[in-house]
Ligand binder design. Structure first.
Ligand SMILES: Cc1cc2nc3c(=O)[nH]c(=O)nc-3n(C[C@H](O)[C@H](O)[C@H](O)COP(=O)(O)OP(=O)(O)OC[C@H]3O[C@@H](n4cnc5c(N)ncnc54)[C@H](O)[C@@H]3O)c2cc1C
Length: 383
């Protein structure tokens, strides 16, 4: 099969790698950048995507270079614990892995480069799907959340930018937030996250730091005020860490919400953020991109004589899982990032009560793990 993949992010590279295992496939990956790279902070890889990375032969590297995360802890401005979500409420010995996104990305890229049936065409921005659609058996659109290519297919869709984004940086530090993702919260107005992110290129332990900010303040916020507020949350034992925060360079990340009624059209298929971007609050975006590529490959293998049927099956198989996480993200994000204090108060009350209840602790842990597909029924994705 002749296959074109638009976008060399997690979704594009993992699809290329899986599809290259069938030697009859000839794959071209296009990216608008001249070097395949990813910038940004650390990400949290959930058990749902760890399974895919195992199948891609990347688990050892993930373990070597990442840091196991066992808990997600929320502490409010009164220094009270609002929630503690533990992976072992889902299953004993479960964990997430915090890793710098460029390390995981590089591992995927290195594996793709040694496959003789994958070709990269870099510095190639694809502006029209029509030609590729005619000259390929299959076109995979993995061009990220801001992709304009969605407009070229007759599929009901929406794109909504979020009113909140975040400042982020990465810091070398050996002590802070070991094996836990820590979030400091003041209602839904302030959120200060510290995510262990494994080792950097110099083999030093790093953490990623996130500070939530409304996008309307992107040009006018005062870093001095932000640092003052960060200092408030860190107790005196972390004064060294605070000094590093003062010297760090910060970037601003914005994100949006993408909805598509279906992901396939004829021999085209949308995957990853291009198909279903969501707020990073639940830490699922890269995980979903990896899971998409697995199910796309699986559908194509099961219906190898008919691409269109395979893509329709792909939409069918992915829809429930993706809808569930889009809904969860829409429900949860305003509880963390909103101008309305009441949302944050509601969250603190809800989570303080639910952390006492075994059933809801397990449900939170299942959602975090990335496998759940229903609010009511205790069902998971099956690989
Ligand atoms: C602050 C922040 C924190 C996050 N934390 C987490 C986390 O902890 N866990 C998690 O799972 N996810 C997290 N995410 C989300 C995650 O980063 C994304 O979901 C993931 O990177 C999506 O991968 P993708 O391959 O679909 O798209 P992208 O990584 O956006 O890749 C798209 C690629 O397509 C290329 N491209 C675009 N248009 C074209 C074109 N027309 N022609 C050619 N090439 C094109 C781009 O150059 C890019 O290389 C976070 C996101 C943010 C912003």
């Amino acid at each position: 099969m002749k296959i074109s993949i638009i976008g060399a992010g997690y979704a594009g590279l993992s699809s290329a790698l899986l599809l290259s295992r069938h030697h009859v496939n000839r794959i071209t990956v296009y990216d608008r950048f001249d070097r395949v790279q990813t910038i940004g902070a650390g990400i949290l890889i959930q058990p749902s995507a760890i399974e895919i990375l195992k199948r891609l032969g990347l688990y050892e590297q993930l373990i070597d270079r990442g840091e196991k995360v066992y808990h997600l802890e929320g502490i409010n401005h009164r220094r009270r614990q609002v929630f503690l979500t533990s992976y072992d409420d889902y299953s004993p010995n479960s964990f997430g892995i915090g890793i710098h996104r460029s390390l995981l990305f590089q591992s995927l890229y290195d594996k793709c480069k040694i496959q003789s049936n994958i070709t990269f065409e870099l510095s190639r921005e694809i502006t029209s799907l029509a030609d590729l659609q005619l000259t390929n058996d299959l076109v995979i659109i993995a061009s990220g959340s801001h992709s304009k290519l969605r407009d070229q297919v007759p599929i009901k869709q929406t794109y909504q930018p979020y009113p909140y984004g975040c400042l982020w940086t990465t810091i070398e530090d050996n002590e802070i937030s070991r094996h836990r993702l820590c979030q400091y919260l003041r209602y839904s107005q302030e959120m200060f996250g510290i995510l262990p992110s494994g080792l950097n290129h110099n083999s030093k332990r790093i953490v990623s730091v996130f500070w939530s900010l409304p996008t309307r303040l992107k040009a006018t916020y005062s870093l001095e005020n932000v640092l003052e507020r960060m200092k408030y949350y860190l107790d005196d034992t972390h004064s060294d860490f605070f000094e590093k925060l003062k010297r760090a360079n910060y970037s601003f990340a914005v994100y949006g919400d993408v909805y598509m009624q279906r992901y396939d059209h004829e021999n085209l298929v949308f995957i990853g953020d291009a198909a279903h971007a969501m707020s990073p609050q639940l830490g699922q975006g890269a995980n979903m991109a990896l899971i998409d590529s697995y199910f796309l490959d699986k559908s194509l293998r099961e219906h190898n004589d008919d691409v269109r049927i395979a893509l329709q099956m792909y939409t069918h198989v992915r829809r429930r899982h993706l809808r569930f996480y889009s809904q969860a993200s829409k429900f949860l994000t305003p509880l963390y990032q909103s101008d309305r204090q009441i949302y944050g108060r509601f969250r603190d009350l809800l989570f303080t009560i639910s952390k006492q209840i075994k059933f809801s602790r397990r449900m939170s842990s299942e959602i975090l793990c990335g496998k759940r597909i229903s609010w009511i029924r205790n069902k998971e994705i099956q690989y």
